[in-house]
Design a binder for this molecule. Sequence first.
Ligand SMILES: C[S@@+](CC[C@H](N)C(=O)[O-])C[C@H]1O[C@@H](n2cnc3c(N)ncnc32)[C@H](O)[C@@H]1O
Length: 248
Amino acid sequence: MTTAAADLWHHYGRTRAERDRTVPEAFHWLWSQDGGPGPDVLGDVTGMFVGDLGAGTGRHAAYLATRHRPARVDALDASPAQHAMATDLYAHLAPRLRLVHADVVTHLRRAPATYDVLYSVFGAVDFTDPRELLPAAATALRSGGWLVFSTLAHHLNGAPARPDVAHSDIPAKTPEGKSATMRRWVLQEHVWAKQLDEAGLTGSTSLLLPASGSGPRPADTLLVTARRRATGPRHTQPRLRFPVPRAR
Ligand SMILES: C[S@@+](CC[C@H](N)C(=O)[O-])C[C@H]1O[C@@H](n2cnc3c(N)ncnc32)[C@H](O)[C@@H]1O
């Protein structure tokens, strides 16, 4: 049963938030969060406006805000529980870190040409219809800005990623522990590439990162980058680099 009003992210990350209040010492894209490419994939974010789409408790955003020198990192999340935990853990990192309680599509549509970099680590990109999220991201990116996201390369039960833009219903729990479902978009590389292109995000690259083997539910990660189509004279030179792309 789908429970629309319940916060299905109530439990996510809660145990860790209760025992670990630190800013992480590393930034990982992998599903297992234990290695692989790091923040270099974003390039040099010095002086940039950065948005984390579906930031959860804000650990990746806190890492960037403290260990790099962005102008600001906005950690966006729609879950009241996640936003509350992020606020408890990292509100003191303002103003370089801004914790925003919002649905990303709504927020991005209201913020045209605001961000140099948007990223998602198994965040809102996984759980929001890409036909809504990706055009909103294109709107919010400055000309030449980048979207980078890590997402599942296949379903957690081993089923392959979908060959078209269709969601899967995955199990979830209400705050009271009742069974529920939520939507997750697990799409093949070419499907992401087509959606990105149609949204005005160009030159997409994707990298398949094999599961590291650790953890109870190992999964391969797809790491995707794309760039806001350059318009007008503001686009002078790329400011980001992606060191290990497999060009499409
Ligand atoms: C699996 S968690 C990942 C959190 C974080 N990126 C991390 O790596 O720990 C997914 C997060 O995306 C958020 N999310 C999903 N769809 C969203 C949307 N449309 N707008 C804002 N947040 C969203 C959820 O509330 C949840 O906190």
